[in-house]
Design a binder for this molecule. Structure first.
Ligand SMILES: O=c1ccn([C@H]2C[C@H](O)[C@@H](COP(=O)(O)OP(=O)(O)OP(=O)(O)O)O2)c(=O)[nH]1
Ligand SMILES: [Mg+2]
Length: 147
């Protein structure tokens, strides 16, 4: 599959940082590093600076996803996962990290904190109707089929 071309603009506080990059040949996500240092208190959240902005081609988004190692070892996740970077957004990409553990988590500038995954966007049209068609499930949800 050909790679999609995304433009990246480095911001002044992103100088000297590695750009998002794939850690292995088959990695789905580009690891992104923090452009600031902070300590995330237990239960706290913070929009962590990355030091860059993007121009994503029409028809695509970039998803900001947690790193499983940080989640499993330290309870660090992206609160809004998957975060959505819109193709028309030109501000700084930020990673909304949350600390779900009971231990403060220090983040150094340059630490890999999340991963970026581009994805095609399927837009929809909505048609308002009075009656929806019947299905076997009907309105059952939220565990209606059992555990
Ligand atoms: O993890 C994230 C999520 C969003 N954004 C930026 C890019 C995105 O295009 C914009 C808006 O995100 P979203 O639509 O999820 O937030 P919203 O609360 O709906 O804000 P808005 O009213 O600006 O759309 O914020 C990030 O930098 N990181
Ligand atoms: Mg929005």
């Amino acid at each position: 599959m050909p790679a999609i071309a995304i433009q990246l603009k480095r911001l002044p506080h992103g100088e000297g940082l590695p750009l998002p990059s794939y850690a292995t040949v088959g990695a789905a996500g580009m690891d992104v590093v923090a452009a600031e240092a902070l300590e995330l208190a237990p239960g706290a959240r913070h929009a962590v600076a990355t030091g860059f902005a993007l121009a994503i081609p029409d028809g695509y988004e970039v998803q900001v996803r947690p790193r499983s190692g940080l989640a499993l070892r330290y309870g660090i996740t992206c609160l809004n996962t998957p975060g959505t970077i819109d193709s028309d957004y030109r501000g700084e990409v930020k990673v909304i990290l949350a600390n779900l553990s009971d231990t403060p988590f220090p983040i150094a500038r340059g630490d890999r904190i999340a991963q970026l995954v581009p994805a095609p966007v399927q837009r929809a049209t909505l048609a308002e109707v009075d009656v929806l068609d019947d299905t076997p499930r009907g309105a059952g949800g939220f565990g209606s089929t059992g555990r």
